[in-house]
Ligand binder design. Structure first.
Ligand code: ATP
Ligand code: TYD
Length: 241
């Protein structure tokens, strides 16, 4: 597989052309950023951890009927994906209140949200990723009414699958962010599903196993990420017993 021209350098991943026009190569780098890039560091191994976990979840979701951009791994931090026309929305699902929502609304950190809450931010770093509701998504022409309904249904389905999976591992999936894109007239799950884009708490102790460890200097972030990878590997071993 030839890695082609760099077409986009994001905060955590670099996107390259591949030898097929319908496919792209996503390289998960070791860069870690928080607070819209204000905090920035590099952690050796981070790219591998996030690529491994993303690949695992794309595969897991595909097996449960969710369409994703994942094709295969090229090496342990490089993923071949289907090229999507990304929809500039961060779709966030929340099972418990944490982070920004507890600052804006009278919700306590850790408060259960039942039913789960889906919120959407318009992706524009310069504007601080403002929140948008369904009417604004339609007014901006980002999705049709049918696509909006489908994206919502798919997000709830993904949330249920991931929540139940982490529950088995002894972790609470507090919240996560996903991105969708278009391939022809289909809406497909793209980007990544990793410890960078979710909050995971230990069910018993409440300890964080995600980017909050880095955001709020709660300990060694790579130890936390490695624990999640280890739990997933152990889960896989159990499946083939
Ligand atoms: P943010 O962290 O706010 O998502 P970023 O652009 O810095 O922004 P990265 O993950 O570093 O994030 O960059 C990856 C980029 O590739 C994102 O803009 C994402 O929307 C885009 N992308 C992800 N999957 C695909 C795909 N299958 N086809 C095209 N673009 C994709
Ligand atoms: P949120 O509470 O909205 O933001 P913050 O992390 O600033 O408190 O985040 C909810 C979840 O979505 C959290 O797990 C982080 C993830 N997320 C991203 O990965 N990227 C983003 O741009 C945003 C807004 C959230």
């Amino acid at each position: 597989m030839e890695i082609g021209e760099l077409i986009y350098q994001g905060k955590a991943k670099s996107i390259y052309k591949s030898d097929n026009d319908d496919e792209l190569i996503a390289l998960f780098r070791d860069d870690m950023t928080a607070f819209n890039g204000e905090k920035h560091d590099q952690f050796s191994g981070k790219g591998v951890y996030n690529a491994t976990v993303s690949a695992f979840f794309f595969d897991y979701l595909e097996k449960h009927g969710i369409k994703t951009h994942f094709i295969r791994m090229i090496d342990e931090k490089t993923m071949l994906v289907s090229k999507l026309e990304m929809i500039p929305l961060e779709v966030i699902a929340r099972n418990r209140a944490a982070g920004s929502i507890t600052k804006k609304l009278p919700l306590k950190e850790g408060q259960v949200l039942n039913p789960p809450v889906i919120v959407t931010d318009y992706k524009d770093d310069a504007k601080g990723d403002p929140a948008v509701n369904d009417d604004l998504i339609l007014a901006l022409g980002l999705l049709t009414r049918d696509e909006l309904n489908e994206a919502r249904r798919t997000t709830l389905e993904i949330n249920k699958l991931l929540y139940d999976f982490f529950d088995e591992l002894g972790l609470v999936l507090v919240d996560f962010k996903i991105e969708f894109g278009r391939r022809g007239n289909e809406i497909i799950l793209g980007d990544e599903i990793s410890m960078d884009s979710m909050r995971l708490w230990d069910k018993e102790t409440g300890e964080s196993f995600d980017k909050d460890v880095y955001r709020f200097n709660k300990g060694d972030v790579m130890t936390a990420y490695a624990r999640v990878v280890e739990k997933i590997i152990n889960w896989k071993k159990e499946q083939i017993k």
